[in-house]
Structure formats: structure tokens, C-alpha cells
Design a protein around this ligand. Structure first.
Ligand code: NAG
Ligand code: NAG
Ligand code: NAG
Length: 393
């Protein structure tokens, strides 16, 4: 009896050691990469399991992920990893979240159970709320953010998890030159209290910024090299004399200027989404594999350099690339379904300088059968040793 249980525990600890080794070799493989954030959107019916995605993320050296919900399968799959999550409250939840008891129970259900194993740094309350021109939703945004924040305070989590929202760049009515950045007049009644909230709780202002849309809108006026971070003359802001060599940084500084125009210089701006589609409809000028590769490839290089914008040179811009996968169920023009760095099967859409890969399902089962084989070997060796011992005795 005792011998059999020793045998089993020997084989299982060997298996544990083996899987540890496999995991370590996976982590230790010299893959080029840098610390960056990525949007993990899931509006698709063909994406790999979150567990396999965790393998891909690990090989990509991605340190921060943004979700549009609080998918428990994803949060569990990243249990024990160092990846930091932004999770999202959906737009349709906004009304209910203005009620602090509902906010608190949402946090208790969707955040608290994962927090000890998975890093959740931020909750976004809604995505691009202001672009829908829905007065009720616009009015609900700040109260919902406040009640989510107060619920976190009640639970003692406000120092761990911050509260923000993500906005479309279209909430600006002017962005050129960057120093003249201004919010849409009709949104100011909602944005003013939003900024006070950010300043009070020290949370960042998130913007979804797509130079692609600007280029698509006026391809004859905007230099493609300027939007793709390629060598170009750039532009000088006549008010500040600051030189811009790419549109994304100019967009961020336009947001800083718009915020400053409402009296705040104490709020950090982060890019919650940026990217470029690798495919588009005939009328979507600029949507191409080559442009997407240049935009995201150059963007990743810029991120590695931890640059700030010309107006905020000492604050490295925090950027979440959109997106990890092509999402086949997204409505709208073809470009919407083609922002991914990866196809759902794990092959890169283009070479953006990343060398991450999706662990194959066959590899998963192979390592399991390796484990069984090794377990069997250990079993046989143990038996031989036992027979040898017994014969000696
Ligand atoms: C991952 O990113 C970190 C932080 O930028 C860097 O120090 C490290 O070398 C990177 N690792 C790999 C394997 O690229
Ligand atoms: C809002 O709360 C009510 C009452 O608890 C619930 O019936 C409803 O489903 C909630 N709405 C959403 C969108 O979750
Ligand atoms: C919302 O309102 C703005 C400003 O009036 C307008 O430019 C925009 O097209 C509207 N958006 C929608 C989705 O109706």
C-alpha cells in the first residue's frame, strides 16, 4: 500500500516538475518584445480559448490588457500572471450603476473573486458614451462613475482599482493645431464634472485615437507618412512652437489642451485604443496590410522608447493597441473586422515586429501525453528499483 502511494506521488511530483520546466522554458524563450498594452476584444465566434490566449500574451510580453467586459473566463485564465487588466462596465449597465448598491454588487461579483489572483487596475464605466448623443446616458456617466468609485471605497479597494471611462476622439470639436484642442460645446456640461471627478480621484482620462479616421476623411490633405510614423517633415504648432512628427501625439496633446481649456492641468491622458485596419472597403482609403504593418510596427517601436508627447515630454504615453484579434462579428465597414494583430488561429496578420505565438492545441495534448509517458517511466523505474531492493533483501 505504502509503496504504491509513494510511487504515485513520485510520478505526480515528477509531472509537476515537468510542467514547471515546460512553463519555465516557455517564459525563458528569448522572444523580442516590449511592455505594451493591448485590447482583447471578443466580438467574434472563432477566437481561441482564454487559456491559449494567455500563452500568446505571455510570449508577446504584453503587460496590460483591456477588456470590454469582465469576462470571468479571461480573468480566471490569467490567474497568477503579472498581466494588469482594465475591465469594463458596458454602456447598457450605466443606468443601474448610478445606484451604489448595484455598483457594489457588480464589483462583488465581477471583481472581488478574481482580485487575489489577477491584477485588475482599472474599471472603465462605459465605452464612447458621448458619441451616441443619448442625453440620458450622458447624464448617467458621472453619477455611475461616482457610485462605482464609492462602492470601491466601501470595499476598501479604491487604492487598488481606479475608475474611468473611454472616449471617442470625436468628442473634440477642434484638434488642430494641438494647442487649440477643444471639446464639443454641447458636451461640456457633461465633461466639466467628469474632469472634476478625474482630478479628485486622480484617475486618467482615456481616449480612443485613430489617425486612420483622419486620413480616411481627407487623404489628399493629410500626409500618409505623418499618420504612419514614417519619416516626414511634420508640423509645428504656431502657438507653442512644438514640433510634431506624427498625428497620434498631436491628437493626445489636443486632448490635453481641451482639458486645460476647462481648467485642468492635473489629469493624465492615456490612449485606450489606437490601431490601423489591415483591410477595408473600396471607399476606406488607407486601410491596407502595408499601412497597418507600418502604423503598428512603428507604434510598437515608439512605445519601446517610452516617449512622451511634445507637450508632455516627461510623461511616457500609456497606449493600448487595438486589437489582439480580428473580430468577425463586428458590424460596420470591412475595416471594423480587420484591426487585429492576429487571426483567430494565432497567425500574425502581418509582421509588426512581434514574435508571439498562440500555443497550439495539439501541443497542449502532446505535453499531457508526454506527462503520462514520463509518469509511466517513473512507474517502471520505481518498480525496477523495488524489485532490486526486494531481491537484495
Ligand atoms: C519584456 O518587456 C520588458 C519591459 O519592457 C523588458 O525588460 C524585457 O526584456 C522584455 N522581454 C522580452 C523577452 O522581450
Ligand atoms: C438593472 O437592474 C434591474 C433591477 O435589478 C434588473 O432587472 C435589470 O436587468 C438591470 N439592467 C441591466 C441592463 O442589467
Ligand atoms: C452627435 O452630435 C454631434 C454634434 O451635434 C454630431 O456632430 C454627431 O454627428 C452626432 N452623432 C450622432 C451619432 O448622431
Amino acid at each position: 500500500m505504502a509503496n504504491i502511494s509513494t510511487m504515485f506521488s513520485a510520478s505526480s511530483s515528477f509531472f509537476i516538475a515537468l510542467s514547471l520546466l515546460l512553463t519555465l522554458s516557455d517564459i525563458c524563450l528569448p522572444i523580442r518584445g516590449s511592455e505594451f498594452g493591448i485590447n482583447y476584444g471578443q466580438i467574434a465566434n472563432n477566437l481561441p480559448s482564454p487559456t491559449r490566449v494567455a500563452g500568446l500574451i505571455n510570449s508577446l510580453n504584453v503587460s496590460r490588457i483591456k477588456l470590454y467586459d469582465a469576462d470571468p473566463n479571461v480573468l480566471s485564465a490569467f490567474s497568477g500572471s503579472d498581466v494588469e487588466f482594465i475591465i469594463g462596465l458596458k454602456n447598457e449597465d450605466l443606468g443601474n450603476m448610478t445606484d451604489i448598491s448595484q455598483a457594489q454588487s457588480w464589483i462583488q461579483q465581477n471583481v472581488v473573486p478574481y482580485l487575489s489572483q489577477t491584477k485588475i487596475s482599472t474599471i472603465t464605466v462605459g465605452n464612447e458614451i458621448f458619441t451616441n448623443n443619448d442625453t440620458q446616458q450622458n447624464q448617467n456617466l458621472v453619477p455611475a462613475m461616482k457610485s462605482v468609485y464609492n462602492a470601491l471605497v466601501n470595499l476598501g479597494l479604491d487604492q487598488k482599482v481606479s475608475v474611468t471611462s473611454a472616449h471617442s476622439f470625436n468628442i473634440l470639436s477642434n484638434s488642430y493645431p494641438p494647442s487649440s484642442g477643444a471639446f464639443r460645446e454641447d458636451l461640456i456640461p457633461y465633461i466639466q464634472p467628469l474632469l472634476s471627478f478625474h482630478a479628485q480621484v486622480k484617475s486618467p482620462f482615456l481616449i480612443n485615437a485613430y489617425p486612420f479616421f483622419a486620413y480616411k476623411g481627407s487623404p489628399s490633405e493629410i500626409s500618409l507618412n505623418y499618420v504612419l510614423f514614417q519619416p516626414n517633415a511634420g508640423m509645428v504648432d504656431p502657438n507653442t512652437n512644438l514640433h510634431y512628427d506624427n498625428m497620434l501625439y498631436a491628437q493626445v496633446d489636443a486632448v490635453y489642451a481641451a482639458i486645460k481649456a476647462l481648467g485642468h492641468s492635473d489629469i493624465e491622458v492615456k490612449i485606450s485604443e489606437t490601431g490601423w485596419p489591415s483591410k477595408g472597403d473600396a471607399d476606406e482609403v488607407g486601410a491596407s496590410l502595408e499601412n497597418a504593418m507600418l502604423y503598428n510596427g512603428n507604434l510598437l517601436k515608439r512605445m519601446e522608447m517610452k516617449e512622451g508627447t511634445p507637450a508632455k515630454p516627461s510623461v511616457p504615453i500609456d497606449i493600448y493597441v487595438f486589437a489582439l484579434f480580428n473580430e468577425n462579428m463586428k458590424p460596420g465597414p470591412t475595416s471594423e473586422r480587420n484591426y487585429g494583430l492576429y487571426y483567430p488561429d494565432g497567425t500574425p496578420v502581418y509582421d509588426a515586429g512581434l514574435q508571439g505565438r498562440l500555443p497550439k492545441m495539439v501541443v497542449e495534448s502532446a505535453s499531457k501525453s508526454n506527462g503520462l509517458f514520463v509518469g509511466y517511466l517513473v512507474y517502471v523505474i520505481t518498480c525496477l528499483v523495488l524489485v532490486f531492493e526486494i531481491s537484495r533483501w
